[in-house]
Ligand binder design. Structure first.
Ligand SMILES: Cc1ncc(COP(=O)(O)O)c(C=O)c1O
Length: 420
């Protein structure tokens, strides 16, 4: 992609995000915390407002016009999500509150009922807490054993070690596609192929990939995949689980209540067909509709284009970070063209606490995150108490990276003069 195209993408999308057009401490806001949550375009804000202003009614239960409008929009959004990740059927998309809930759905509905003493669950040391804690609970309840893939020297998923962990005891592999801390892109297609050879199921945590690159669940051949709407231009409170149809059919419900039943008797019930079997109670209707609007928005830009532009930004970001020798950067280096890793950088600067860096950068209008990014075991593994993280999206510009780098240099110099 040329710089002219880059400017076009930026110029194209920037006006859609009014929140970015403000000052923080009298400086233009530079929002580099997109891995935590993305900003929302006007199309998404309008979609949720339109629902509450004109169509607000409960879904599925009514025959009146508002209810059928709400139901059509809610179910229409499901079609959009299904197409976005190339699911074979709309029934394979279950709305959840977020990715964490989607993982818990699989943990409680499938794993708790399937795993036995001595079965093995393979995770990795780079997993988000959302993809660690549910499995710890399940292991505690079933007697299953947790195994963890470690990192290579370049701080990436160790595929060889992964293969060595697999055996006929492995019943589940649950790994992240793109690490929210290391930024590495894991070979999920190959991971699924290897796991399936030993008969294990695979769950992919795609929170940091679905918003940034084209995803094809059929090509990956994962059994389940989870993502959160709020990281892909949609509101909070809505995410989704993709699951293979036969597998989802075989799973018992996760929660009971209205919407998920076919018939209810006093002593037993029969359940609705997919995906409603897993959607107990009144769902986040406006949020789901807005997720559909976010999918439309991203699709109109083109996920290939977003990915290519982010590679350009990654290249630029890492070149600029390399001009600050005090930094320790985590995860793999990008390839010469910026490909091979996500558009985020986690770093430390000597003994300076990442929270202090983040606070100083905030004074310059730059929003970055500091902490363990919900990957505490990974931080322990890397012997880092916490890190600072700058994470980009398609509406960020090179000029913003420049502002960030200047502010970061100032902060590192300032703390260097204090700590000597
Ligand atoms: C890789 C990864 N997995 C899971 C999650 C959890 O997402 P949520 O809090 O929306 O459930 C996140 C959020 O930061 C993430 O980055």
């Amino acid at each position: 992609m040329t710089i002219i195209q880059e400017k076009t993408l930026s110029a194209l999308t920037r006006p859609d995000f009014p929140i970015l057009n403000q000052t923080i401490h009298d400086k233009p806001l530079v929002y580099l915390d997109n891995a935590a949550t993305s900003q929302k375009p006007i199309a998404v804000l309008d979609a949720i407002e339109h629902y509450y202003r004109y169509d607000n009614a409960n879904v599925h239960r009514g025959v009146h016009t508002l209810s059928s409008r709400a139901t059509d929009a809610y179910e229409g959004a499901r079609d959009k999500v299904a197409a976005f990740v190339n699911a074979a059927s709309r029934q394979e998309i279950v709305y959840t509150r977020n990715a964490s809930e989607a993982i818990n759905l699989v943990a409680y509905s499938w794993a708790l009922n399937t795993l036995k003493q001595g079965d093995e669950i393979v995770l990795s040391v780079m997993e988000h807490h959302s993809n660690l804690v549910p499995w710890q609970i399940i292991a505690g309840r079933t007697g299953a054993v947790l195994k963890h893939v470690e990192l290579t020297e370049t701080e990436e998923f160790d595929f060889e070690q992964f293969k060595s962990l697999l055996s006929d005891k492995t019943k589940l592999v649950s790994v992240v596609h793109v690490s929210n801390t290391l930024g590495c892109i894991n070979p999920v297609k190959e991971i699924c192929a290897e796991a399936h050879k030993v008969g294990a199921r695979v769950l992919i945590d795609a929170c940091q990939s679905v918003p940034h690159m084209p995803i094809d669940v059929q090509e990956i051949d994962c059994d389940w995949l989870v993502a959160s709407g709020h990281k892909m231009c949609a509101p909070t409170g809505i995410g989704f689980l993709y699951g293979k149809l036969d597998l989802l059919r075989s799973q018992p419900p996760f929660m009971g209540g209205g919407e998920m039943i076919a018939d209810v008797f006093l002593d037993h019930s029969t359940y609705a067909d997919l995906p409603h079997k897993f959607e107990a109670g009144t769902p986040a209707i406006g949020e789901a509709i807005a997720l559909g609007a976010a999918v439309d928005y991203l699709t109109n830009i083109g996920m290939d284009r977003i990915h290519a532009y982010e590679e350009e930004l990654t290249d630029y970001l890492f070149r600029q970070l390399a001009t600050i020798p005090e930094l320790r950067l985590y995860g793999p280096k990008p390839n010469a063209d910026g490909s091979g890793r996500a558009a985020l950088a986690s770093f430390t600067a000597g003994d300076v606490h990442p929270h202090d860096l983040s606070t100083i950068l905030d004074q310059a209008g730059v929003a970055i995150r500091a902490g363990h990014h919900c990957t505490q075991p990974l931080h322990r593994y890397l012997k880092a108490q916490s890190t600072a993280r700058a994470s980009l999206y398609f509406y960020n510009t090179r000029e913003e990276i420049d502002v960030f780098i200047v502010a970061l240099k100032d902060a590192v110099e300032f703390f260097g003069s204090i700590f000597g």
